[in-house]
Ligand binder design. Structure first.
Ligand SMILES: Cc1cc2nc3c(=O)[nH]c(=O)nc-3n(C[C@H](O)[C@H](O)[C@H](O)COP(=O)(O)OP(=O)(O)OC[C@H]3O[C@@H](n4cnc5c(N)ncnc54)[C@H](O)[C@@H]3O)c2cc1C
Length: 419
């Protein structure tokens, strides 16, 4: 079968790899000049299996209200007149119900465990580097109540084989001595020793090169304008190159992995996938001599920090209502201040490279994987805050679905009723 993959982010490239390994002829198209130039470019770098949790929780509506129009809140909500935003928020609020949160957490945990195993296999078989480190992730908390709530969640994740150690403040500092100089009062933390970090952009580019070597064809600098639909079936995509020359890319099946841009493409043909962008920021700068070696997540401010070789990557902020990747200096300053409060000796933040990306979010954080309502079109998108963690598993499972093989995990695969 000839399969056309739309999008060369971490999701599109992993999809191309697994489809090619299954024996298909694969082409990939992307509007950028190289893989991973958009949301997969400078994310938080965490393979966070222990925290593959939905953002929609019973506490989320209060966090959202606090951040309404508040420019200094890490989670910021700017209401717009856009009906898509309100429809998405209505769906998000439904997913905050305890039963739904629990179901979404179980689904994400299954996918994260499967994805982690696939990533490890791939790393070994292709001898990949991508600044990978397996030193675990430490989630730190400043309020006892939040720590206890997270610990209760960690207990139910044990059923999925996901292990975290409950730590008091002293044990957190044992695990990561950089926390000794924090200016805030630590309540404690949860340490997930099996979690990892690695540069998603470098991984995507290494894997894209392996795809080229395996015979995958790439069309960069090529924008997809619409799907080519004949007699109700997708036959390919209508594209435009950098000089504006229009053309058609034909295929037997098409996989849409356009991240936050999926909705804009498919809406013109009828389906309205429940996807909305949530903007985030990162800064990357030279690590100081006492910078953390273990990846840290500050749950209260929703920031993560990961060491990638000699540099530190700090990522965070969640903005609903910003649909561009423009960099707002006050948001970068806030991120810098928060990380310096947590780890004053982290490194030279004055040399930081700022970046912003749009997380492609579904209301319950569960990605859209499987057959769309339009024959011939498949989705692998909507991975929100967890695309790097979930990429390899999502791509492997989609490949199984397309080949008619029973996928290894129970998952709400897409069918007509999901849209
Ligand atoms: C601040 C931040 C921190 C994060 N931290 C983490 C983390 O620590 N761990 C984790 O697991 N996840 C993290 N994520 C989430 C993760 O980065 C995303 O889920 C993931 O990158 C999404 O990948 P994607 O391939 O779906 O989208 P993208 O990487 O955006 O890829 C989509 C591709 O489609 C192309 N495209 C779009 N429209 C068109 C068109 N019309 N024609 C042709 N090409 C088009 C784009 O050029 C792009 O290459 C973070 C995200 C952010 C913003």
């Amino acid at each position: 079968m000839h399969i056309l993959v739309l999008g060369a982010g971490v999701i599109g490239i992993t999809t191309a790899w697994y489809l090619r390994q299954a024996g298909h002829t694969v082409s990939v198209v992307d509007r950028q000049s190289a893989p991973a130039m958009e949301t997969s470019f400078a994310n938080g770098a965490q393979i966070s299996v222990s925290h593959a949790a939905p953002w929609a929780t019973p506490q989320a509506p209060m966090i959202g209200l606090h951040g309404m129009g508040n420019s200094t809140a890490p989670v910021r909500f700017s209401p717009t007149v856009n009906h898509r935003q309100w429809r998405w928020m209505g769906a998000f609020l439904r997913e905050c119900l305890p039963g739904r949160m629990r179901r979404n957490t179980d689904t994400l945990a299954r996918l994260a465990v499967c994805s982690h195993a696939e990533l490890q296999l791939l790393r070994r078989s292709l001898a990949m580097h991508y600044m990978h480190a397996g030193s675990g992730i430490l989630h730190v908390f400043f309020e006892r109540r939040e720590l206890d709530r997270a610990n209760a969640r960690a207990q139910w994740l044990l059923a999925h084989g996901i292990r975290s150690e409950y730590c008091d403040a002293a044990r957190c500092i044992d695990i990561e001595p950089a926390l000794a100089s924090t200016t805030r009062k630590l309540a404690g933390g949860l340490f997930a020793p099996n979690d990892e970090v690695g540069d998603a952009c470098e991984f995507t580019r290494e894997l894209a090169q392996a795809c080229v070597d395996a015979g995958v064809t790439f069309h960069f600098d090529t924008t997809v304008d619409s799907l080519d639909i004949q007699n109700g079936r997708v036959r390919g995509a209508a594209v435009r190159d950098a000089r504006g020359t229009r053309g058609l890319l034909r295929a037997d099946e098409v996989v849409c992995a356009l991240g936050s841009h999926t909705r804009r493409l498919v809406e013109q043909h009828g389906p309205r996938p429940a996807l909305y962008p949530i903007k985030g920021y990162s800064i990357t700068f030279p690590a100081g001599p006492n910078a953390p070696r273990v990846s840290i997540t500050d749950e209260e401010h929703r920031i993560v920090m990961s060491r990638l070789g000699d540099t530190m990557r700090v990522a965070g902020m969640a903005e609903l209502g910003s649909v561009t990747t423009d960099i707002e200096a006050p948001r970068v300053e806030l991120l810098t201040r928060l990380v310096r409060e947590l780890c004053p000796d982290i490194g030279d933040t004055s040399a930081a490279q700022p970046w912003a990306g749009l997380r492609p979010c579904t209301p319950g954080n569960v990605p859209l994987i499987g057959r769309s309502r339009i024959p011939g079109l498949w989705y692998n998108t909507g991975h929100g805050s967890l695309g790097w963690t979930l990429a390899c598993g999502s791509a492997r499972l989609l490949t199984d679905l397309m080949d008619g093989v029973q996928p290894a995990i129970d998952f709400p695969w897409l069918d007509g009723s999901r849209h």
